[in-house]
Ligand binder design. Structure first.
Ligand code: IPM
Ligand code: MG
Length: 379
């Protein structure tokens, strides 16, 4: 037992030193890429697993059509990134195999289908690894239900919290397990800054900080305190602190939910609350997700690879709406707001006003490809 305790303590010390080094790197900061004056823009396309290749096929067609001229003139390059599959990741024993990561680093932005993460075992989630390797610290997820007055945008911290060391906890076999949650000052400051800058630039007047600081006193306590320090630079914006449990109730309470505008959350609460929010909008199949860093950004569906859907032969009926919304967020990020607006308008026609081809995610609905044809027709 003494040996196990010493080994665990040594592991903890090395994690602590590593995380402090990361905090120092963050503190130095990095220059943000300016797409408005960029030369060429390389968009990496990653299929992923399960329904990934099926929904990405439609997203690819949409981007090719919207960016036809830019691609022809060489200003935009659509680049296929192969090998981010469960088979290849398991074969190489790497969450993101080296050669795939090198190819990804050669892109400015990425559109990525969902990847499967095996439960247990040692293979880390490809998402978590990519967010860490590319330092994609801001997970931005908009959710809107106009008829309910809901217009929310979530800023989820994307590289820390329970996710930073989620695959590297401590275990005394047969006795106990411990995972670690990490909140750094610099990591909190940059996500808070991103949320408040967005709020100011978009005329939002309320930011809700969501934690469980009554229980997670160190990590969430620090998240809330630093977020409030940043908020002091935005006196025109009202700031509220909420605990995640009551916030999950608020989101399903029609009497209060429409007053919320911008949410700022640590990683795991952001993961959970954004699925809940997406469900209110019509399901996780309907929400897009942006993972933004200073030098790269990755856009993806908020849902997973849906292995059950593949197993029961319903893969072709998957809803591409989420990945297409992610493509819209990507276009906005690279300063092509006109293209993003055009895509959003066509999506509104297809999913709200006209709805001639309706995807349900099951055999009783249209196929993913049929919806793609419909959308292309409206572009
Ligand atoms: C998400 C997903 C991921 C997460 C998984 C796939 C690792 O649920 O993007 O919300 O937990 O962040
Ligand atoms: Mg999630």
């Amino acid at each position: 037992m003494e040996d196990l305790i010493s080994a665990a303590a040594a592991q903890f010390e090395s994690l602590l030193r590593e995380q402090l080094a990361r905090q120092e790197r963050m503190e130095k900061g990095a220059a943000r890429k300016d797409f408005a004056s960029a030369g060429t823009i390389t968009i990496g396309l990653i299929d992923g697993d399960g329904i990934g290749p099926i929904i990405m096929r439609e997203a690819r067609r949409v981007l090719a059509k919207l960016l036809e001229e830019e691609i022809a003139s060489g200003w935009v390059v659509l680049r296929e990134i192969e090998g981010l599959t469960l088979e290849n990741r398991e074969a190489k024993g790497q969450a993101v195999p080296d050669e795939v990561l090198t190819a990804i680093r050669g892109c400015d932005v990425l559109l990525k289908g969902p990847t499967t993460t095996p439960k247990g075992g040692t293979l880390e989630s490809a998402n978590v690894a990519l967010r860490r390797e590319l330092d994609l610290y801001a997970n931005v997820r908009p959710v809107a239900v106009p008829e309910e007055g809901i217009d929310w945008i979530f800023f989820r911290e994307n590289t820390e919290g329970e996710y930073a060391l989620g695959s590297r906890g401590i275990e005394i076999p047969g006795k106990l397990c411990m995972d670690f949650k990490v909140t750094t000052d610099a990591g909190t400051r940059r996500i808070a800054r991103t949320a408040f800058e967005y709020a100011r630039a978009n005329g939002k007047t309320n930011v809700a900080i969501v934690t469980k600081a009554n229980i997670m006193k160190k990590t969430d306590g620090s998240f809330s305190r630093i977020a409030r320090e940043v908020a002091a630079d935005y006196p025109e914006i009202e700031v509220e602190d909420w605990y995640v449990d009551i916030m999950s109730a608020n989101l399903v309470n029609p009497a209060v939910r429409s007053k919320f505008q911008v949410f700022l959350l640590p990683n795991l609460y952001g993961d959970i609350i954004t699925d809940e929010a997406a469900q209110l909008q019509g399901g996780v199949g309907t929400a897009g997700s942006a993972n933004i860093g200073d030098s790269c950004a990755m856009f993806e569906a908020i849902h997973g690879s849906a292995p059950r859907k593949i197993a029961n032969g319903e893969g072709e009926y998957a809803n591409p709406a989420s990945i297409i919304k992610a493509a819209e967020l990507l276009l906005r990020h690279v300063c092509m707001a006109d293209k993003a607006d055009k895509l959003a308008a066509a999506m509104r026609v297809c999913t709200e006003t006209e709805r001639r081809v309706v995807v349900t995610g099951h055999r009783d609905g249209a196929t993913c490809a049929a919806f793609g044809d419909y959308l292309l027709e409206k572009l």
